[in-house]
Design a binder for this molecule. Structure first.
Ligand code: AMP
Length: 283
């Protein structure tokens, strides 16, 4: 695997690939890699001639500076994992390389209501930061396809919208959420959980699954209320939001009939670690 930290050196590597019309798969990550990330890289390897993975903890998408400071950074272990699956190129730039101090990153897109709900409401500026960095990566890597996990469902929807708004010829490939055997969605932040919290964390997905069953017999509001009450009974959890939305527009639903594909999306704190997850509702 070739490792680059410099934008211009990476572009020198990519130039001849473009001239040869090689397909390039791109997997942007913030590192502390786990099997969820690796599934994205493997999928890209199957579908493209060259796979580029990036590792960059993007400071401008963190509204909580403590979250940024404690975000796990495990570059050596990440490189070993990527080498094991034969990733072709790793791009791991510094903050200064991505955002030279002489420039101020500016948000270029208006995502409308889609970016104002859920993560957008709880983490002001988050999606502007995500869009700025992904846009920049797309300019640098010029991928044919880019791979994003459904675990970050709203992010995936926003990137899809960004590609449409910018008329880029990049195919966004949604990838299923990879879970631990316990059902817990894999996340780099899981490594920050205490032993006790790691034992309780799998109940997040169990509750989502129960909510799907409840959806067959109850209204949207009743399912939401059930979720809020049930989470409230577990003192370790502090619910940030539970939202029942249409999967393509992310607008909140009042009735199941309003959408052909509803989803439940949640964010909650275990201690001071914020976790998100979601589940599609099949009625
Ligand atoms: P992150 O490093 O958390 O920014 O994630 C990088 C990419 O990996 C994003 O597209 C995430 O949605 C995706 N990802 C993270 N966790 C998982 C998971 N458990 N299953 C599938 N994809 C994931």
């Amino acid at each position: 695997m070739k490792v680059f930290t410099s934008i211009s050196e990476l572009q020198q590597e990519i130039k001849p690939l473009l001239a040869q019309q090689k397909s390039i798969g791109f997997v942007p990550t913030m590192g502390a890699l786990h099997a969820g990330h690796i599934a994205l890289v493997s999928r890209s390897k199957q579908e493209n001639e060259v796979t580029v993975c990036s590792i960059f903890v993007n400071p401008i998408q963190f509204n909580d500076k403590k979250d940024l400071a404690r975000y796990p950074r495990t570059l050596e272990a990440d490189i070993s994992l990527l080498e094991e699956i034969d990733c072709d190129i790793l791009f791991a730039p510094s903050v200064e390389e991505m955002y030279p101090s002489s420039t101020t990153p500016v948000a270029a897109y208006d995502f409308g209501d889609m970016a104002k709900v859920m993560e957008g409401a709880s983490r002001p500026g988050h999606f502007d930061g995500v869009a700025i960095v992904v846009d920049k990566f797309f300019d640098i890597v010029t991928p044919t396809r880019a791979y994003f996990g459904q675990k970050d469902y709203q992010q995936l929807a926003i990137i899809q919208k960004m590609v449409t708004l910018s008329n880029r010829a990049i195919t966004i490939v949604p990838c299923s959420t990879i879970r631990e055997n316990s059902g817990l969605a894999m996340s780099s932040r899981n490594r920050l959980l205490s032993k006790e919290h790691l034992l309780i964390a799998p109940s997040i997905y169990q509750l989502l699954q129960e909510a799907v069953v409840k959806a067959r017999l109850h209204t949207v509001e009743e399912v939401k209320q059930w979720f809020v009450t049930t989470i409230g009974q577990q003192p370790e959890f502090k619910l940030d939001y539970v939202a029942i939305v249409d999967a393509s527009t992310l607008t909140s639903l009042n009735t199941w009939e309003e959408s052909s594909q509803a989803m439940i999306c949640i964010a909650l704190y275990l201690g001071n670690i914020r976790l998100i997850d979601n589940i599609p509702i099949i009625l």
